[in-house]
Design a protein around this ligand. Structure first.
Ligand SMILES: [Cu+2]
Length: 486
């Protein structure tokens, strides 16, 4: 297992943030998460808008709202309802909420903001996404937003947090213009605006190499040590389509690990990304708040466990919002061999996941992940990967394919056209074994998100044998591959 050096990254609230936000649109996203909405509704009742004689200028001064707002009371039109008034807004942030999430301010008022972070991870509150410092858990800060003359928004700029619900609508009343969508009731902007599109007919560029599907060999050692370095890097996910993927060791899926029941796995997780990450091995029985804890950029942790159960298990990042980290590439598989695993001629690993494309060169689209609107369902991270690079098999070879469904949302009905599985293992047990007295055969290995198993079969004659998830819309959407025999 090698450690991949971290590439240079754009600042977190530029590249990634720009993919997700646009200053004055209503994204209507808070409605996607009922629990968050409930918390936000509660915030409305709390009604923290106060008019006070606050001293004003705090340590986190932000520029006032764009669009002609004056930056000091001296330049404010005296006819505006808030002219000469000082308004203090108080906000509570937590993990994926801000409350209240709607406030009303009279135009011309000089606005100061007090914000407290009651969440378990860092957040920010930035007027129109600009400036502002990071708030560590349990800390608070004061910001001076200056004079507002038209409706606007503020949000947390940490990637994914705005789309997960950390957005405040600021309605400014009595100003010259209050017509922006942010005033409420405006039409939601189409979620796909500017997102990359896959051309199913396109071919990978010269020099492209498929993700090697070969299963790692069980090295027989009792202790398996590896370093998983988290990086956020641009990668091609379909011909011509590039996205910033969040990865373990530079690939999505991450490296496949392998051992046997009773082995110890000792993984050092190193965060060289720009945001908080973590790892959750489904193969382990450990306290989630210890080994699976989220670590900041520059930090590392050691995750050690004994593999007590056999199977192919998913691992994934569990940082909030988890679906965003998994959907951006932070997943992989760990194989724990059952004690009596037979010999085969060829052994492969296929990990299914979905792509939810953001704009070219940006991370995926969280809104689409939450809505389950994928752009592709892929094996080992690339659209129709093994159609572009078929997997070679010799006639009559006994093949074992380990399959893990890393999701985050889709299932798989794994099937190989032109053969029948004589052995199937699913979630900890054989459901079919070669030589069974019933002479039974199996056509599909069915897996829900983060389930895993393997199938064994032979391809007796020379030819081309497609493999796919037999949920047909997924096959048509990038989940097809080919075995080339002879
Ligand atoms: Cu992560």
């Amino acid at each position: 297992m090698s450690t991949t050096p971290a590439p240079d990254h754009p600042a977190p609230d530029r590249g990634t943030h720009a993919a997700l936000s646009h200053g004055r649109r209503v994204t209507a996203l808070s409605g996607l998460l009922p629990a968050i909405s409930a918390a936000l509704a509660l915030g409305l009742i709390v009604g923290l808008l106060m008019v006070s004689a606050s001293p004003g200028h705090g340590p986190h001064r932000l520029a006032s709202a764009a669009g002609g707002a004056a930056s000091s009371a001296g330049g404010v039109d005296a006819a505006l309802p808030g002219a000469g008034k000082k308004v203090t807004l108080e906000f509570e942030e937590g993990d994926m909420y801000i409350k209240p999430n709607k406030v009303t301010v009279p135009a011309g008022a000089d606005v100061t903001v007090k914000v407290v972070n009651k969440g378990s991870q860092p957040h920010t509150l930035n007027l129109e996404g600009r400036n502002g410092g990071q708030l560590e858990p349990g800390t608070s800060a004061t910001q001076h937003w200056g004079v507002l003359t038209e409706s606007t928004q503020a949000w947390c700029v940490i990637p994914g947090h705005k789309d997960a619900g950390m957005l405040v609508e600021i309605t400014v009343t009595g100003g010259k213009t209050t017509s922006t969508a942010a005033a409420g009731g405006g039409a939601a902007v189409a979620a796909d605006d500017g997102n990359a599109k896959i051309d199913p007919a396109a071919k990978p560029p010269a020099g492209w190499k498929a993700h090697d599907p070969t299963a790692p060999v069980n090295d027989g050692k009792d202790v398996h040590e590896a370093t998983f370095t988290v990086t956020e890097k641009e990668m091609e996910v379909a011909p011509g389509v590039k996205q910033v993927r969040w990865t373990f060791n530079g690939t999505a899926p991450g490296p496949t690990l392998r051992g046997k029941v009773g082995d110890t796995f000792k993984i050092t997780l190193v965060n060289r990304g720009t945001m908080a990450h973590s790892i959750d091995f489904h193969a382990s029985k450990v306290a989630p708040n210890v080994q699976m804890r989220t670590i900041k950029p520059g930090e590392s942790l050691v995750y050690e466990f004994e593999a007590q159960f056999s199977g192919i298990f998913t691992y994934h990042c569990g940082a909030d919002p988890m679906i965003y980290h998994m959907g951006n590439g932070m997943y992989g598989a760990l194989i724990v061999d059952p004690p009596d695993l037979g010999k085969v001629d060829k052994e492969l690993v296929l990990v299914q996941s979905e792509l939810y494309l953001g704009p070219q060169g940006k991370p995926g689209d969280l809104k689409k992940m939450l809505a389950g609107r994928n752009d592709a369902v892929v094996l080992n991270g690339y659209h129709n990967q093994y159609v572009h690079s078929p997997i070679k098999v010799k006639p009559g070879e006994r093949v074992r394919v380990w399959v893990d469904d890393s999701g985050p949302n889709e299932n798989i009905a794994f099937h190989v056209v032109g053969t029948i599985f004589d052995t199937v293992w699913k979630e900890g047990q054989y459901t079919l074994r070669r030589g069974n007295p019933e002479k039974g055969g199996s056509q599909v290995l069915d897996l829900q998100p983060t389930q895993g198993g393997f199938v064994e079969f032979t391809l007796p004659d020379a030819g081309t044998y497609p493999f796919l998830g037999h949920k047909m819309m997924n096959m048509a959407n990038g989940g097809l591959g080919l075995f080339q025999v002879g």
